[in-house]
Design a binder for this molecule. Structure first.
Ligand code: MF3
Ligand code: CO
Length: 257
């Protein structure tokens, strides 16, 4: 599958999906408190999609029907040692948890995709630093996303932030192109690759999603076939924005609130 550059009009249309995701995630952030049930968040997202006229993107999604059951929810909620793709269940957040909310929405035929990680009440200094650094890495990747450079410049910018902070970088998961499909070419690793990679051009729309760990970066899939957790049980963190690359300036971040 080839990279699909978006026209100016398509990028304009992608703003609508991005805004739904950004605004809904901002409200989810405000809901976070000890005692919040993850199922309440799923219900809130479902209601917001109806209110904002958005279609589900994650619900029933499967990258490969032979290997994955369809994803059962509208949002991924991953707590502490869970990295990504956690399924909202009847579980209450506790003081000191860190929790990633990953949300996709479709509007006017296009997808927006973003994620935040939030601390619940008072969290440890190490957890605080992990969240701060992972979000910094996302912004380092965004600032590196300039026409005239290549995909590897984004990957390297993200990698350098993790290395400087001493955090592990998860391999095998990363960002991706976004458009009519949630996952388009190219894959965007969170570490340098062997080649310069895709030239960054106007109309390239990417989801950048750094995923860092406090301990070993080894991760595995849990029994539900979706939840990805660190093998050593250490804390991990994930942030994501969908961005549109523009000639000669900073990319437009489509999933801001
Ligand atoms: N935003 C995530 C990604 O880019 C999660 C999608 S998985 C789903 O891979 F199944 F929930 F859709
Ligand atoms: Co994504």
């Amino acid at each position: 599958m080839a990279v699909k550059l978006k026209s100016g009009d398509e990028v304009r249309r992608m703003r609508a999906a991005g805004r739904v995701v950004g605004e809904t995630l901002a409200q989810v952030r405000e809901m976070v408190r000890p005692g919040l049930n993850l199922l309440e968040v799923e219900r809130f997202v479902r209601d917001e999609f109806i209110r904002q006229g958005a279609e589900e993107t994650f619900l029933h999604y499967t990258p490969d029907p032979k290997r994955f059951p369809p994803y059962p929810s509208n949002i991924c909620i991953s707590v502490n040692e869970q990295l990504v793709h956690g399924i909202p269940r009847d579980r209450k957040l506790e003081e000191g948890d860190i929790v990633s909310f990953d949300l996709g929405a479709t509007k006017d035929g296009f997808v927006g995709d973003a994620a935040i990680t939030v601390g619940v009440g008072r969290i440890s200094p190490e957890a605080e630093r992990l969240i701060k650094v992972t979000e910094e890495a996302l912004w380092a990747g965004i600032h590196a996303a300039r026409t005239g450079t290549h995909l590897n410049d984004i990957c390297g910018a993200i990698e350098d932030v993790a290395l400087a902070a001493g955090f592990g970088i998860v391999r095998g998961y990363g960002g991706h192109g976004v458009g009519r499909e949630m996952h388009e070419e190219p894959h965007v690793p969170n570490h340098r690759i062997r080649f310069r990679g895709q030239p960054l051009r106007t109309g390239l729309v990417l989801a950048l999603e750094p995923m860092f760990t406090v301990g070993s970066p080894e991760v595995g899939e849990m029994d539900d076939r979706w939840t990805v957790s660190t093998k050593d049980g250490s804390l991990c963190c994930h942030f994501e924005h969908t961005i549109a690359i523009k000639e000669g300036c900073e990319p437009e971040v489509l999933t801001l609130a």
